[in-house]
Write a protein that binds this ligand. Sequence first.
Ligand SMILES: NC(=O)c1ccc[n+]([C@@H]2O[C@H](COP(=O)([O-])OP(=O)(O)OC[C@H]3O[C@@H](n4cnc5c(N)ncnc54)[C@H](OP(=O)(O)O)[C@@H]3O)[C@@H](O)[C@H]2O)c1
Length: 249
Amino acid sequence: MTSQPQQDRRVAIVTGGSRGIGRQVAQRLAADGFAVVVGYAGNKDAADDVVAGIEAAGGTAYAARADVADEAEVTALFDLAEATYGGVDAVVHAAGRMPLSPVAELDLGELDALYRTNIRGTFVVDQQAARRLRPGGALVNFSSSVVGLAFPGYGAYAASKGAVEALTLILARELRGRDVTVNAVAPGPTATDLFLDGKDEETVARLAGQAPLERLGTPEDIANVVAFLTGREGHWVNGQVLRANGGII
Ligand SMILES: NC(=O)c1ccc[n+]([C@@H]2O[C@H](COP(=O)([O-])OP(=O)(O)OC[C@H]3O[C@@H](n4cnc5c(N)ncnc54)[C@H](OP(=O)(O)O)[C@@H]3O)[C@@H](O)[C@H]2O)c1
């Protein structure tokens, strides 16, 4: 348990908190004093491991399974956060998938499944966030720099993230008067399962070399940006898409 008094403790829900960027965000926000709900889809052991790490470092967290596209499960996730910790101050929606295929060969069943997670999932999570975030709160969605980079093979995925960007900008305006910010972070290539799975060493090295900073992003790089946006010092940033990618163009 953290020593922070309960009434001052801010509360974060991190979807996709079991792995990759979301995992690092959960750890970072816990270190920053948030009580954290670590959302996951299927990897209970990984989510429990994140919680154990947070608790070992003196933080507060629990793991909760919810398919982000299932409104009943996401509603229950938010209900549990409110019941356990008293409210919600930050929602970081990092859950996402990235199947790649040239458009001509794209399996449309796979397209539907991708859009269910990446687009419907973002609407479901954002809807709950819009209803429940307390004043001073922050919602962070995840887009991708590939929306601008337009790499071949990324058509379905980039289009799903284009939808996330559009939703983010509109929701920021719909929440006028609530003192809640809505932004998206758009990482470039970042060393997680989502990026590395299925790529050979040469492809990884080529993409790593594309940014002027000449390396892949790390989950820590991205968690730093999220920590700023969800922290009090980042609260003047609203309705933006932050391309956190080492300068890749
Ligand atoms: N890595 C990159 O290069 C990169 C670049 C640009 C944008 N992004 C975006 O950044 C976000 C995080 O990506 P990542 O690289 O950290 O991915 P990752 O390592 O593959 O982790 C994905 C996370 O999403 C969860 N998840 C997947 N489908 C879900 C569903 N239907 N419901 C709930 N949770 C679900 C997974 O849970 P389980 O562990 O339970 O499966 C896991 O925690 C994504 O939105 C991604 O599109 C990543």
